[in-house]
Design a protein around this ligand. Structure first.
Ligand SMILES: *Cc1c(COP(=O)(O)O)cnc(C)c1O
Length: 476
């Protein structure tokens, strides 16, 4: 593609929609996007759960700006928190200096987090929070009170997602994203995904949890002397397609890691901050990990910030005289940024002021009811949700659970339909993801699910038509 020519009559500070679209296609390299096929949708402003594009069309934000918005866009309390902080200072480095707002945020997170997760390391993205946790776990075993320097490896789950830096990709398990980088990654012990919808052959639903825990125990029993940590997305594997672990699995993993003297890293980047109905997903199985990664919803979807929380036992392993080199030699320029910390604190305040978690059961129940109406539609293999984290999984064959080939982008077809009907959604392969801001109203939730329902019906009709046109038997 050629460089878009500048229109000399246009003001560079207020380009027309056409110019913006051309610049967007050419200059802005979008995340996880095939730029050769990219179709711009340019959002100029937002309010609550509504996004407005440069043509003035509005869309309900059905996936909370990629899973991070919590209390809606342009919330006056959050906007004010940033303005107030801006009147003091925008950035103070955390290398050798400190600032009241990030100090208060660290204290507040320590207070809210389960157990003894008292020590908070700030970075800017979820990937970095995971990178930090992985490095901390590794270094911990080199220098804890009873060092085990052979513990250098990690146990991971297939199809897990922990971010895009090389360390976080190494502990991830989404083959399609990481295949090309394989030579750059470190090896892990990878276990199969504990997927409640797709049990391995011969394993019934009631045994699924024990089946996967047995797998883990075999690895730990044989290799625990080389294993630093198990890393897990608690309860739900997000990017895998909102895959639900069997109930009790997380608690079982915690018990086994304790028994085999292995650390547990809980990556709450997607499930944290109320998404599954409790502030942190770990609470639902009364689990305290050794390291907990937070991101996405931490600032309510306003500014980049992430955090890695560590127990006092881990913290203690890093204490000593400077010359002992027990320091954690890691840090990011914008770590503990006061503006981000201000909006994170305000986000946490809103959980109380607006009783966000108290309102979750009603919204979650509504989402559940609407999903049940979708369950019986053709090509719907499964619907599932916890809190306001929901999914519709499309399959080619409902009985065998045979997926549509990913290249067919069936999820994207339904989401495109929804976008035309005023609901912005972004799928994961064949899975339609429903993750609105927690502040979404019941009637907006109805509209989101209605758009999905119509989209699936339209998709199913077109598949049925193609089937008839090519003389195939329709199985619907
Ligand atoms: C999104 C995500 C990450 C990565 O966070 P970024 O801010 O995109 O780097 C890590 N872990 C989980 C579970 C996620 O969903």
């Amino acid at each position: 593609m050629n460089r878009p020519s500048d229109n000399p009559t246009e003001d560079r500070c207020s380009p027309s929609a056409t110019t913006l679209t051309a610049w967007d296609r050419h200059h802005l390299w979008h995340a996880f996007t095939q730029m050769a096929e990219y179709e711009p949708l340019i959002i100029e402003r937002a309010e609550g759960c509504l996004l407005y594009d440069i043509e003035g069309n509005s869309y309900i934000d059905g996936v909370s700006s990629l899973w991070c918005n919590v209390h809606g866009h342009r919330h006056p309390h959050l906007d004010q928190a940033i303005t107030d902080q801006l009147a003091k200072v925008a950035h103070v480095t955390s290398l050798g200096l400190s600032s009241p707002t990030p100090i208060r945020l660290a204290q507040r997170l320590a207070e809210l987090a389960p157990g003894e997760l008292e020590h908070v390391f700030f970075a800017s993205d979820g990937s970095a929070a995971v990178e930090v946790a992985v490095k901390m776990a590794f270094q911990y075993w080199q220098q804890c009170a009873d060092p085990k320097p052979a513990k250098q490896h990690f146990v991971t789950f297939s199809d897990s997602y922990h971010g895009d830096t090389l360390g976080s990709v190494s502990v991830g398990g989404i083959a399609r994203f990481q295949a090309i980088f394989e030579p750059l990654l470190f090896k892990t012990f990878q276990l199969p995904i504990p997927d409640s919808y797709r049990s391995p052959t011969g394993v019934n639903a009631a045994d699924l949890c024990d089946h996967h825990l047995r797998h883990l125990e075999e690895i730990l029993a044989e290799h625990h002397e080389q294993i630093a940590a198990v890393i897990i997305e608690p309860l739900i594997q997000g990017a895998a397609g909102i895959v639900f672990h069997p109930q009790g699995f997380l608690a079982g993993v915690r018990e086994l890691t304790k028994r085999y003297n292995v650390l547990l890293i809980a990556d709450e980047v997607a499930v944290g901050f109320g998404r599954t109905g409790t502030l942190f997903a770990c609470e639902q199985e009364k689990v305290t990990p050794d390291l907990m990664c937070l991101g996405k919803g931490l600032t309510g979807g306003y500014l980049p910030m992430s955090a890695t929380l560590a127990t006092t036992d881990i913290w203690n392993a890093f204490l000593g005289k400077h010359a002992e080199s027990r320091t954690f030699f890691h840090g990011h320029t914008y770590g503990a940024n006061p503006l981000a910390a201000a909006v994170a604190l305000a986000t946490l305040e809103l959980f109380e002021q607006e009783q966000t978690l108290e309102q979750m059961p009603e919204k979650s129940a509504r989402l559940g009811k609407l999903l049940e109406e979708i369950r019986s539609l053709p090509h719907v293999g499964d619907v599932r949700h916890k809190g306001l984290m929901g999914a519709v999984e499309l399959v080619r064959d409902v009985d065998t659970k045979e997926p549509f080939p990913w290249e067919e982008q069936r999820g994207a077809e339904v989401c495109q339909f929804a976008i035309k009907h005023g609901v912005w959604l972004r799928p994961l392969g064949n899975v339609i993801v429903i993750m609105p801001p927690l502040s979404i109203s019941l009637s907006q939730l109805d509209q989101v699910l209605e758009a999905i329902q119509l989209g699936i019906t339209t998709l199913a009709d077109s598949i049925a038509d193609q089937g008839t046109a090519t003389g195939e038997c329709s199985t619907d």
